[in-house]
Design a protein around this ligand. Structure first.
Ligand code: UDP
Length: 256
């Protein structure tokens, strides 16, 4: 057994990431894996180099969002696969913002994929793998105490600002931001409670289509076996100007 296994305490292991205790109280180290899952864990696989790319892409987007005043958990990137983040209490709600119909919305309501929505739509899902993350309304969220009305308002307004900013950013590099998923956390600063953006923003949780060809440049390539999965993640990083040519090919380093 590798003696370094116990060097850091594993706080949480999810499908695509591992969280370790950070160097200071109130911090965590977020490690990005190459593992990919879809359809509520029924499909499993590996996207070589995904962790390295998502670490970079999420760093880039969270830094930019920080610059426009969106509070995020991101502190700094530590190495190829790890970033230092603020430890927050995750609110068990996934916020999905949609600009164009795709995925579960197309299926559930029978609206053709690609239909441009008359306005951006925000949806809430209860974060519960065993139940397949069911869609919920603000009534469920407040009745069951997952978040209070003020927190819901804050998450909604931050999500819409993030959508406005990211839609423009991606359009500038020839990509349509079709939809994406966000997670938020609670952070206490003295006696004040702040709602801050957590998790990651990457092609794992965004749908991105090429403006000219409508080619999918995100996890849908993995979900639906469209091929060129690695290439799509690399292309998003390349267009953002953050691709490191040699580092993305290998799947070096498992979490210690
Ligand atoms: N999404 C995610 N995690 C989830 C569910 C959805 O990151 O557990 C993202 C997904 O990548 C897409 C958006 O949220 O960008 C909307 O997903 P949708 O509800 O259409 O579900 P899906 O088609 O992914 O099942």
């Amino acid at each position: 057994m590798n003696f370094r296994m116990n060097r850091r305490r594993r706080v949480y292991e999810g499908k695509a990431k591992v969280l370790f205790e950070g160097p200071e109280p109130g911090t965590l180290v977020q490690y990005f894996k190459d593992d990919a899952t879809a359809f509520n864990n029924q499909k499993k696989g590996t996207i070589t180099g995904k962790g390295v790319l998502n670490n970079r892409i999420s760093e880039y987007l969270m830094t930019k969002l920080g610059e426009i005043g969106v509070p995020t958990h991101f502190m700094k990137r530590l190495n190829m696969r790890e970033q230092l983040i603020r430890r927050v209490e995750i609110i068990p709600i996934e916020i999905v913002v949609r600009n164009i119909v795709a995925g579960s919305l197309a299926k559930r309501l029978g609206i053709p994929e690609g239909t441009v929505l008359p306005r951006s739509i925000v949806e809430f899902y209860y974060k519960k793998d065993e139940l397949g993350d069911p869609m919920v309304s603000d009534e469920h969220i407040t009745a069951f105490g997952w978040a209070n009305p003020h927190e819901i308002d804050e998450m909604m307004s931050l999500s819409l600002r993030i959508n406005d900013y990211m839609s423009g950013l991606f359009l500038g590099i020839g990509l349509k931001l079709v939809d994406f998923k966000l997670e938020f956390g609670r952070l206490w600063d003295n006696d004040e409670l702040h709602i801050i953006l957590a998790d990651e923003i990457s092609p794992d949780n965004c749908r991105l289509w090429d403006v000219k060809t409508n080619e999918k440049m995100d996890k849908d390539r993995f979900r639906h076996d469209l091929g060129k999965v690695e290439e799509a993640y690399q292309e998003v990083a390349r267009r953002l100007g953050i691709l490191m040519p040699e580092s993305v090919i290998t799947s070096e380093g498992q979490p210690e």
